[in-house]
Design a protein around this ligand. Structure first.
Ligand code: ACO
Length: 331
C-alpha cells in the first residue's frame, strides 16, 4: 500500500525584526515649557519619560524604510526579495499613494503587492493578520510588515491631555512562509482576535479628512474613557486570540503590548494573570508611537536577548475606531 505523507501547513514566520527612532529626543521637561504639565505628572500617569520627534522633512516612509532595512538585514534578506509590503500607519506621507508604495520605491524593492492598513494603534496587529492571510496561502515568499508613524504631525500642541502621550517611530518585521506540522509547536503566527466598535469613534479620532473638511485634522481623545475601555476590551481579545491559537495565556513567554500607557499594560497583565516580569515595556523611551509601538518593543526585546526563537509571544493593541486586537506568535 502506498504511504501518503500527511499534508504540511504553511506558517507565517517572523524571520527578522527592526526598529527606528528619530534622533531628536523630546523630554517631559521640554513639554512642560509649552503646556501646563510636569515631568512628575507624565511619569506617574503614563510611565512616559521621553519621546522622539521626526526631523523637518523626515516622513513616515523614511522612518519605515529605516526600520525595514534593519529587519531585512536581521532576516538575511535584501529589498530584492520583498514581494509584499504592508504599512500600518495613521500618518501617511500623502493621502495617496499608500505609504507602502513609497516605501517600495525608496527601498528599491521590485514590483509586488504594497498597501497600507489603517487601524490606528491596532494597525500592526491588523497588518500582521492580513500578511498571514497572504503568506500562509503561498501568495508571498517575503513580506515586510511595518508600523510607522509621525504622530507629532497630528498633535494639538496646546492640548496637554494628548500632546504629551505620543511620539514618532517605526518598527518592522519580515514574514516568510515555512512548513509546519499544524501544531502549536510550529514557529509562526498561530492565532488572532481582531475587533472594532465604530460607535466609539468620538473617544479617539482626528478631526479632519479629505472627504469631510479637506484637512488633515488633529488628534482628539477622551483619554479617561479610552482608558476605561482598554483593559476590559484588550483582555477579552487576548483570551480569544489564545483560544484561536490553541494555547493558554499562562504558556506565553513574552507579552509584547502596544505601548500606550504603563498603567494600561499593568492593568491588562494583572487581569489576564500575566506575570509582570514577562511584560516587554518600552513606553518610557518612546511614548505611544501608535502602530509602530509593538514592533519597536519586539525589536528591543530581541536586541537585548530576552526574546528567543521558539518562544511564545502575545501581542495586543487598542486604538482609534475603537479598534483592538491580539495575536499569538511562536517566534
Ligand atoms: N499634565 C497635567 N495634568 C493633566 C495632563 C497633563 N499632561 N493631562 C490631563 N491633565 C489633567 C486633566 O486636565 C484633569 O484635570 P482636572 O481634574 O483639573 O480636570 C486631570 O489631569 C485628570 O485627567 P484625566 O484625563 O482623568 O487623567 P487620567 O488619569 O485618565 O490620565 C491619560 C490621562 C494619561 C490620558 C489616561 O487617561 C490615558 O492614558 N488614557 C488612555 C489613552 C490611550 O491609551 N490611548 C490609546 C490609544 S491611542 C491611539 O489609538 C492613537
Amino acid at each position: 500500500m502506498e504511504l501518503r505523507e500527511l499534508p504540511k501547513v504553511l506558517r507565517s514566520v517572523l524571520t527578522g525584526v527592526g526598529g527606528y527612532l528619530p534622533e531628536r529626543v523630546v523630554t517631559n521637561d521640554e513639554l512642560a515649557q509649552i503646556v501646563d504639565t510636569s515631568d512628575e505628572w507624565i511619569r506617574e500617569r503614563t510611565g512616559i519619560a521621553r519621546r522622539h520627534r521626526a526631523a523637518e522633512g523626515e516622513a513616515t516612509s523614511d522612518l519605515a524604510v529605516a526600520a525595514a532595512s534593519k529587519a531585512l538585514a536581521a532576516a538575511g534578506r535584501t529589498a530584492a526579495d520583498v514581494d509584499l509590503i504592508i504599512v500600518a500607519t495613521t500618518t501617511p506621507d500623502l493621502t495617496f499613494p499608500a505609504t507602502a508604495a513609497i516605501v517600495q520605491r525608496k527601498l528599491g524593492a521590485p514590483i509586488g503587492i504594497a498597501f497600507d492598513v489603517q487601524a490606528v494603534c491596532s494597525g500592526f496587529v491588523y497588518a500582521l493578520s492580513v500578511a498571514d492571510g497572504l503568506v500562509a496561502a503561498g501568495r508571498s515568499k517575503c513580506a515586510l510588515v511595518i508600523g510607522a508613524e509621525v504622530m507629532s504631525s497630528l498633535l494639538d500642541w496646546t492640548d496637554r491631555g494628548t500632546c504629551v502621550l505620543f511620539g514618532d517611530g517605526a518598527g518592522a518585521v519580515v514574514v516568510e512562509p515555512r512548513e509546519g506540522e499544524g501544531t502549536t509547536a510550529d514557529r509562526g503566527l498561530l492565532g488572532f482576535a481582531l475587533r472594532c466598535d465604530g460607535t466609539k469613534q468620538d473617544l479617539l479620532y482626528a478631526d479632519g479628512g479629505p472627504s469631510s473638511n479637506r484637512q488633515v485634522g488633529l488628534l482628539r481623545m477622551l483619554g479617561n474613557q479610552v482608558f476605561r475601555h482598554a483593559v476590559v476590551n484588550i483582555s477579552e481579545a487576548i483570551s480569544a486570540a489564545a483560544t484561536d491559537a490553541g494555547v493558554a495565556v499562562a504558556d506565553v513567554d513574552w507579552f509584547v503590548p502596544h505601548q500606550a500607557n504603563l498603567r494600561i499594560l499593568q492593568g491588562v497583565a494583572h487581569r489576564c494573570g500575566i506575570d509582570e516580569v514577562k511584560v516587554v515595556t518600552t513606553v518610557a523611551e518612546h511614548a505611544n508611537t501608535s502602530a509602530a509601538s509593538i514592533p519597536l518593543a519586539l525589536d528591543a526585546a530581541v536586541a537585548d536577548g530576552r526574546v528567543q526563537p521558539g518562544q511564545l509571544l502575545l501581542l495586543e493593541a487598542m486604538g482609534g475606531g475603537l479598534t483592538w486586537g491580539a495575536c499569538v506568535i511562536r517566534f
